[in-house]
Design a protein around this ligand. Structure first.
Ligand SMILES: C[S@@+](CC[C@H](N)C(=O)[O-])C[C@H]1O[C@@H](n2cnc3c(N)ncnc32)[C@H](O)[C@@H]1O
Length: 295
C-alpha cells in the first residue's frame, strides 16, 4: 500500500482491535479475595472516564474482566498466574486443547501426578504450564493457590463431581479482552510507575490481617507485611499527586484507616468464599478507598 508505512498499519490495526465490542466475562481462575461478590459497589465508585486502566494486584481480575478497558496494564507478583493470562491471550486454542486432555484424564491419581510434575519443574512449555495452572486451579481445594517455603504448590484435590476444567468459550472471550492489555509480572510499585493524569489505578492488595490468625497472605512465597501496606499508601499518595484516579480495596483495620486518613473511605459488606473454616464464611465488611475523583 503506497504511502502507508507498516507502523501506521500496525497502529490502525491495534486501534481497530481496541474499538471492537467485547462482552464482559467472569474470571477464568478462582482466586482468594476475588472481587466477583463486590463488583457492584466497586463499579459504582469508578471514575466516569479514564485513560489507561492499571491493576497491579491482578489475581482473578474480576474488575478488569467486567470493565473491559480499551487500554490496560495488568500485573501480579505471581509469575505462573501472569504466564497463564499471556498464554490465554495469545495461544488460547493451544491452552484449550491441553485443558481438554486434562478434562479427559481427570481423577485423584491424575491430579496428584500433575501436581508432582509441576513441582518438579517437569511442565516446561509456557502453554503447558498455563493449562496445568488452570487445571489445578479448577480441581484443587477451594481454588486456593498456596505454596510452601520451597515454592511447591501444596493444595490437595477438592471435592467436585464435575469441575469446569475447560470452559472453551469463556477462555476465548477472555482472550479477546486480555489482548488489549499489557501483561507483566512484577512488584506493584514498579508496575504503576508510568501511571499519570487521568489514568485509573485499582489496587486489591493482600489484606492487612484482622487478627493474628487471619493472615492469609501466602499467594506467593513471602508475605505482605505492614511495611508493604505502608509503601502502598505512599504509592497511592504519589499517584494522587500525579492526577491519577485511585481506588483501593482493603480490610477494615485501624492501621489501614490511619494510613488513608484524608481519603474517601466507604465500608461495604461482602460475602467471603475462601476461608478454610466453613464457620468463618459469611458477610465480612471491607473498605473501598478512593482519592476523591468522584462526586
Ligand atoms: C487479593 S489478591 C487480588 C484479588 C483480585 N483482585 C481478584 O479480583 O481476584 C492479591 C494479589 O496480589 C499479589 N501480590 C502479592 N504481593 C504483591 C506485590 N508486592 N506486588 C504485586 N502483586 C502482589 C498476589 O499474588 C495476589 O494475586
Amino acid at each position: 500500500m503506497k504511502g502507508t508505512s507498516r507502523l501506521t498499519l500496525r497502529r490502525t490495526e491495534a486501534a481497530r482491535q481496541a474499538r471492537r465490542v467485547v462482552a464482559p466475562v467472569s474470571p477464568i481462575v478462582k482466586w482468594a479475595g476475588g472481587k466477583s461478590k463486590i463488583l457492584g459497589p466497586l463499579l459504582d465508585r469508578r471514575p466516569t472516564a479514564f485513560r489507561r486502566y492499571f491493576e497491579p494486584f491482578l489475581g482473578g481480575g474480576a474488575v478488569f474482566f467486567r470493565l473491559r478497558p480499551r487500554r490496560a496494564a495488568l500485573s501480579d507478583l505471581n509469575p505462573d498466574l501472569m504466564n497463564t493470562y499471556r498464554c490465554v491471550a495469545w495461544h488460547v486454542e493451544a491452552v484449550i486443547r491441553r485443558l481438554r486432555a486434562h478434562q479427559r484424564n481427570h481423577g485423584q491419581d491424575y491430579y496428584y501426578a500433575v501436581r508432582e510434575r509441576w513441582n518438579q519443574g517437569r511442565v516446561r512449555s509456557d502453554v503447558g504450564r498455563a493449562a496445568a495452572f488452570i487445571y489445578m486451579n479448577k480441581t484443587c481445594f477451594n481454588g486456593l493457590y498456596r505454596v510452601n517455603q520451597r515454592g511447591h504448590f501444596n493444595v490437595p484435590i477438592g471435592r467436585y463431581t464435575d469441575p469446569p476444567i475447560c470452559e472453551a468459550e469463556k477462555l476465548r472471550a477472555a482472550a479477546r479482552i486480555l489482548q488489549r492489555a499489557e501483561l507483566a509480572t512484577g512488584h506493584f510499585t514498579d508496575r504503576v510507575a508510568s501511571a499519570g493524569p487521568g489514568d485509573f489505578v485499582y489496587f486489591d492488595p493482600p489484606y492487612d490481617p484482622l487478627t493474628r490468625t487471619a493472615n492469609f497472605t501466602s499467594y506467593t512465597p513471602g508475605s505482605f507485611t505492614e511495611a508493604d501496606q505502608y509503601e502502598l499508601a505512599q504509592v497511592v499518595g504519589d499517584l494522587t499527586d500525579r492526577g491519577a484516579h485511585v481506588m483501593l480495596s482493603s480490610s477494615d483495620t485501624p492501621y489501614v484507616r490511619k494510613l488513608y486518613r484524608g481519603f474517601k473511605i466507604d465500608r461495604v459488606a461482602v460475602a467471603r468464599a475462601i476461608n478454610s473454616r466453613a464457620s468463618a464464611r459469611g458477610a465480612v465488611p471491607e473498605l473501598i478507598i478512593t482519592n476523591g475523583y468522584v462526586g
